[in-house]
Ligand binder design. Sequence first.
Ligand code: BGC
Length: 881
Amino acid sequence: MLSLSDLCCEHEGSPLGLVLKTPRFSWKLRSDTPNVLQTSYQLQIYRDKTLSTTDSMAADSKKQCLWDSGVQDCDASVLVTCGLPGLEAKTKYTWQVQVTDNQDRTATASGTFETGLGDWENPFGKWITGDAAGTSTVYLPSPLLRKTFSAEKPLAFARLYVTAQGVYEMSLNGKRVGEDYMTPGWTSYLKRTQYQTFDVTKALLTGENVLGASVGNGWFFSTLAKENHRDIYGKERGLLAELHLTYADGSEDIIATDESWKSHVGPTLCSEIYDGESYDARLEVAAWDTAACPDANWNPVRTVKSEVTRLVPQEVEPVRIHEILKPVTVITTPEGDTVLDFGQNVTGFVRFTIDGPEGATITLEHAEVFDKDGNFYLANMRAAKNLIHYTLKGTGPETWHPKFTFQGFRLVRIKTENLSWKPEQFTACVLHSEMRTSASFTCASPLVNQLYKNIVWGQKGNFLDVPTDCPQRDERLGWTGDAQAFVRTACTLMDTARFFTKWLHDLSADQLPNGCVPVIIPNVIAEQPDQPEQGVSSAAWGDAATICPWTVYRCYNEKNLLEAQFPSMKKWVDWITAQGGDGLWNVGFHFGDWLGLDAKPDSYVGATPTDLIATAFYAHSTDLLVKSATVLGYTEEADIYEALYKKIVGCFRHEFITPNGRLAAPTQTAHVLALHFDLLKESDRPRAIKDLAKLVEENDIALTTGFVGTPYLCHVLTRFGRHDLAGKLLLREKYPSWLYQVTKGATTIWEHWDGIKEDGSFWCADMNSFNHYAYGAIADWLFQVVAGIDMDVETPAYKHIVVRPQPFDGMPHAEASLETPYGAVRSCWTVSDGTFKLTLDVPANTTATVYLPGKADYEALTVGSGMRQVFSAPIKETVLT
Ligand code: BGC
């Protein structure tokens, strides 16, 4: 039987508030027989009903077919475009697809989607605030805002469109609107701020209704990046909302933010991204967001002028509460502190239930680790206070959690004034963007399995709306270098197509007119043109502009993103060219091989020359630009940049390779980049891999690489014939290695290879995050090489899968699955009694080439999709050594 599943419109099941552009559709084929390929599809789009009175309700009772692809003899099933010129605002659509396969079977399925307001231009509502004029202080309370209105007629639909300068929470008749946190999310606010669309039909009452809101500081208003660096985006917090009511009789009302809203002092005394939240429950106003609460004594709100120039529909999955963890133990430290240990370093906040007298307080502080002596350790949080302060109202058990902040923590120190509590009254609520988990990995090594879990937790902790370096100290910023190092892993472990799409739109928005890509996106350190960081970038950081869109395209077939980013990619390469190196990039500031272990004492910058790194990335970015131009059919650009690429490669060789073919810089990272980016002549490669292997072997079979070299190190060793060494690096438990931190009890990925040293002391106090995902990029080697799941270079989204599992000494088994846009690939292999056995699942509508390691020279077998297949081959001793 053939069936269709996972129907998506623009990567979402049933999107609400979609942009008005021509949408794209995806579906997966499921079959109980093997070798299934789609031979044709027919796509139809129906206009279901409008949500506004611009259309007569009667006409909507019958669905209207707007577009019919006809039968297309084509195997496309991922992000298939339709011919609709565009969509109408506030309209529901249905789409239907009928697929035929190569066994003459058909299957049909349908889905829905709904548009929002498009770009929210000329809002009917006004920006309002309950803040007193001129009260821009660090610790700003969040007043309660409300609006009473009546809805007398039977309702058909109610949609709330809302955004804020700050982060907001809204309610309707006492019920929280939606499950999203930290809305409207973090973008380059002044250039693009997202708004959210909520279906609130069910929460509306006939008669009197109350909309409630409060706005916290969020990223718009909190101190970010540097001390006293606040009000980056403006001086006023604000809320903009419109509730669109469509009645059954076709008439419409809009309840919008304006001067008629009222404000009252509320219990949230302050909320900051770094410093936490303070709440006085005694200031709660009973039933404040319902009609039961009179508002005659409430204050008028003020309207404020917003500097936001563009309001766009939500582009990314919302941030929501996911895992809920209980404390695993309560510890009394040598210094006498009481600390809850949640057993896992997470990002989110603590929810608690507490009972006590009015005015009693409880304070929570958040940390990642204990120090050497077992005491609560806060120094690595630097200036971030991460403090939650709650004052009880004293009317019985009170359950609460912060609304407008998040912390990165495993440990929570509790201070109370004579309140008694039990650990089960506290839970850690894990917050991150709602990305679908798409992968799993286990192997013969329990330590590697824990490493994999740590990488996944690192991604969860740092994918809270923006890819951040870390979630706990006074940074939590969209560092471009970290994102490019991890992007392929991120796209493997979870579905991050929308996550990166939104962030890359901000990258384009914040890119300077001359093409310079700031090192942080959204660019909070150099938002103002007169700031010293303006115009500064760095190799391997700014290159996120090319590496991220290309990777997202490859993993998800996201051609639209590639097309949208192409001008930014081009501007980035042109900016490097304009630095004047004539084929080299040898000027300007660079972070270098950040945190490389071959750095001079007291330096963060590894020993690899920065001009070598910069020129290598210049070549790589140009190469990706050529590939992108080719995919997009921009032949002229492809030719121009191909010539530039050749020039850069020539200059690289001239500058950094000796006439005898030796890399002049004797570092691991220099060799890794030259080999990984194909910068060497074919004839010089054997020497380079030999020299790299020597550098690793002479260093006690250990890495010295930092942020730049580490993501590619094992890939290079495997690709050029030293897979054995790559395996040894993975399995090494002594410092420095991936597993060293696992042996030290890490539950996420550390920023430093020696964040905690053998003797329990710390690398340093000021730059020592225990949740920094960059080195977690080893997971793409675990998938592509150890499990052996990769894709053909020519076919994005795993349409043609390349399966090449590669065992090594000490690794007799691995198993991974990956939910590709076509369905799940699963590779499970074992080596035993001289036989290599692989069990493989390949999804329908794909093909795979399988290379079995038992043969002298990996022999290719082309296999079709569908049912589970088992392969086995005698394995030669040499494969494992
Ligand atoms: C961040 C890094 C970042 C770096 C720039 C640090 O403070 O935490 O991850 O990439 O600065 O080198």
